[in-house]
Design a protein around this ligand. Structure first.
Ligand code: ATP
Ligand code: MG
Length: 558
């Protein structure tokens, strides 16, 4: 695994290193340009880690820029969530490399307009009278618009009148005059401005013409002094237009350059904001931060740490080829970190009561338990032991299959950090369910005792009933039950109905002091983090990851 102390290597970092070596740029400036039309997801995290990683490793800066050129779709709530998510992901790591307060493409609307006037003046743009549909059709056919040869003065006049609100939506556009037959369709006189009589979340009603992506994006990069404009592969076909804009305006060097990498796709997930919005709006999840969502806020709530998410982004690497990353890779990264850092605790998710008939009533022993076997500095804690305990329902079977080494009638099992017990009697309720197990304890079998070394195959976890605290535990699993919910049909029909189970668990008393910043391994069960729904009197725990990959086994079986 790559650690944050070694610099990852990929083709983009090679280019950056070379540009610094040859003196092409004195200082590196990258940017992360989200459109504020939804919450950020794990794919954005990959882009953030790449752009801030480059700034961090090469002593440069990275700008956060809201690509807020579309007045209809954007909301201030999204801007806030984006900032919170970016900071959560980079603070303490690359926060020194933030280029300043967030930038907004909408702050450059005046300059974009001036550049457009300049372009028209150079004879390289014209006002076109066709509708959006006609424009599309003509571009497909490689046919010139009848407005293409309009004189410069007339273009300037019409464009100013577009800006002043004289024409309705869709009546006219400003188009670059490049080549209607270009093999690359993006160069076939692309639209640079369209009319939209709509309020914008930052500029209000000042504008009724709005710039298109290529115009706004290229010029924002130039205005901010971006050196390496890194985006995903689908923008590769836009790169000639990006370069054309810089060239046509004769903008002085240094100019930015665009590079593309493969976006992150993950199995058992959907990634596009359009689909995530549907899950939220149709209440198929509890919100953008539902812990099953691969949004940054969902992952955070689930208990994933920013360091684990950054390790994930580093480990998957940056390539030029589209691919699918297995969800197991993310889960493995989480386990890898949490195994090193998480404090071990005992909790019983589905309790069955055990009464130790030969253990004195009222006696409470304090047994010593190791906080983290992977970290010798984490020390030990005391856990109470008494006559009445809870064990996991699944750790007892009346008629067990072969190789079942946990508790059975007449069988023995070791209680972790405590004694060996033997099941003498199974008590059932009226419905025939096991309500209590009556057991005897081998009082000599505690660590250091004369029979402590007895060979017992199974060891199970437990909590002492009187001191246990009740907690709600939310057991999260993958949101989709198929590897590619996007591959065909309605992705929502593949939602895993077992992706959330809620239980009331019995927890060892040390968990009362648990902190939301810390991560815990409930022994034999998984990794857990406190949910913000926790109150002083009732904790709510989220399962961040299981201890093992249960899906790999299931996939092999099927
Ligand atoms: P979506 O398709 O999920 O709605 P988007 O590309 O429209 O995402 P933007 O807000 O425009 O979202 O993206 C901001 C930046 O994040 C862009 O530079 C984009 O290339 C990058 N990005 C978006 N999705 C991914 C992904 N899956 N993997 C890597 N980078 C991504
Ligand atoms: Mg986008």
């Amino acid at each position: 695994m790559t650690s944050e102390t070694e610099r990852p290597s990929d083709f983009i970092r090679d280019i950056v290193a070379n540009d610094l070596r040859t003196g092409k740029y004195k200082k590196i400036c990258t940017r992360f340009p989200p459109e504020p039309n939804g919450y950020l997801h794990i794919g954005h995290a990959k882009s953030i880690c790449l752009n801030f990683g480059i700034a961090h490793e090469f002593g440069g800066t990275c700008n956060i820029r809201m690509d807020d050129t579309n007045p209809i779709k954007e909301e201030a709530e999204y801007v806030e969530s984006i900032m919170a998510d970016v900071h959560w992901l980079i603070d303490g790591w690359a926060d020194k490399h933030v280029g300043g307060a967030p930038f907004y493409a909408s702050d450059y609307f005046d300059r974009f307009y001036e550049y457009a006037i300049d372009l028209i003046g150079k004879g390289k743009a014209y006002v076109c009278d066709m509708t959006a549909e006609e424009t599309d059709a003509y571009r497909r056919m490689g046919k010139p618009s009848s407005s293409r040869d309009r004189p410069i003065e007339e273009n300037l006049d019409l464009f100013r009148r577009m800006k002043s609100g004289e024409f309705p939506d869709g009546a006219r556009t400003l188009r670059a005059k490049i080549d209607v037959n270009a093999p690359n369709v993006w160069l076939r006189d692309p639209v640079l401005y369209r009319i939209r009589h709509a309020s914008h979340h930052r500029t209000g009603d000042k504008w009724c013409i709005y710039p298109m992506y290529d115009w706004a994006h290229t010029l924002s990069d130039y205005i901010e002094g971006i050196t390496h404009s890194v985006c995903t592969l689908e923008f590769e076909v836009h790169r000639p237009l990006y370069n054309w804009i810089l060239e046509a305006l004769e903008l002085p060097e240094p100019r930015p350059h665009q590079y593309e990498f493969a976006r992150l796709n993950m199995t058992y997930a959907v990634m596009s904001k359009r689909k995530l919005i549907q899950l939220v709006n149709e209440k198929l999840v509890s919100g953008w931060d539902d812990p099953r969502m691969l949004t940054i806020s969902g992952l955070r709530r689930r208990g994933v740490t920013s360091s684990a998410l950054r390790s994930f982004a580093y480990n998957i690497g940056i390539t030029k080829y589209p691919s699918m990353t297995d969800m197991a890779v993310l889960e493995h990264t989480i386990r890898d970190e949490f195994n090193r850092c998480a404090s071990r605790r005992l909790a019983v998710l589905r309790p069955t009561k055990v009464v130790l008939t030969n253990y004195p009533d009222g006696k409470v022993e304090e047994l010593e338990a190791i906080n983290n076997p992977e970290d010798p500095n984490s020390g030990t804690r005391k856990i109470p032991f008494s006559r009445e305990l809870y064990i996991e329902r699944d750790d007892f079977m009346e008629t067990p299959p072969p190789k079942y080494f946990r508790l059975r009638p007449g069988g023995e099992v070791r209680l972790k950090y405590a004694y060996i017990i033997k099941c003498d009697e199974v008590v059932k309720d009226a419905a025939g369910n096991v309500s209590e197990l009556r057991c005897t304890v081998d009082l000599d079998s505690k660590s250091g005792g004369p029979t402590a070394g007895r060979k017992i195959k199974g060891t199970i976890h437990w909590v002492s009933a009187a001191q246990a605290i009740d907690a709600e535990v939310r057991l999260y699993d993958r949101l989709f039950c198929v590897p590619e919910p996007d591959a065909g049909g309605d992705f929502k029909s593949f939602i895993n109905s077992d992706s959330l189970q809620v239980v009331t668990a019995k927890c060892e008393p040390a968990l009362a002091e648990a902190s939301p910043e810390e991560r815990y391994q409930f022994e034999r069960l998984g990794y857990f983090a406190l949910d913000p729904d926790s109150t002083g009197s009732r904790q709510v725990w989220n399962r961040t990851a299981t201890l093992r990959d249960t899906w790999a086994k299931a996939a092999k079986r099927s």
